[in-house]
Write a protein that binds this ligand. Structure first.
Ligand code: IMP
Length: 179
């Protein structure tokens, strides 16, 4: 029973309301613009699927996969593109969808890489923000929840590839990863 390993931080209803609130702001900000929504794999796939369905503007979607923690819970600071975007972003409004910003090193790298490709704009939307652990100048444009320094799983987020399917945003009990 995976539910024994976690405590719920935000229930699926709370997350659903927050996602709707974020999408409302995005709809207002981009109302007469086209938008390319870029999901960062794998963690953002659930959030991305939910938030784009609340958008009532013209959107295209694409994905990037970057290396992050692997099976450890500590950021290596090493970022590598494992899967790049399928097409050019020149002249486009890009909105990066990220599950969680921790040190911010991953996003700092992605934003820099994408800005060099001549987009019209690049903004960042994250569901969760852990400002206490920041090691970069990343300041997301849309933030769902600011959270304390806990290890989060569920709603797409994993620990060693487990727990992504939990419907709520949960705190992984330290006894699970400190064993
Ligand atoms: P950063 O580069 O330190 O900001 O790390 C960002 C990435 O690390 C996220 O996209 C997640 O994949 C992963 N990550 C950071 N914190 C957590 C967490 O609490 N739970 C699960 N994954 C996390």
């Amino acid at each position: 029973m995976v539910s024994r390993d976690v405590d719920i931080l935000f229930s699926k209803e709370e997350v659903e309301n927050k996602v709707a609130e974020l999408a409302k702001k995005i709809n207002e900000d981009y109302k007469s613009e086209n938008l390319l929504v870029v999901g960062i794999l794998k963690g953002a796939f659930v959030f991305m699927a939910d938030i784009i369905r609340k958008m009532d503007i013209a959107v295209e979607v694409d994905f990037m996969d970057v290396s992050s923690y692997g099976a450890s819970s500590v950021s290596s600071g090493v970022v590598r593109i494992e899967k790049d975007l399928d097409s050019s972003i020149e002249g486009k409004n890009v909105l990066i969808i990220e599950d969680i910003v921790d040190t911010g090193l991953t996003l700092e790298y992605i934003v820099e890489v994408l800005k060099r490709r001549g987009p019209k704009s690049v903004k960042v939307c994250c569901l969760l923000d852990k400002p206490a652990r920041r090691k970069s100048n990343i300041d997301p444009d849309y933030i769902g929840f600011s959270i304390p320094d806990e290890f989060i799983v569920g709603y797409g987020l994993d620990y060693a590839e487990k727990y992504r399917n939990l419907p709520d945003v949960c705190i992984l009990k330290p006894s699970v990863y400190k064993e």
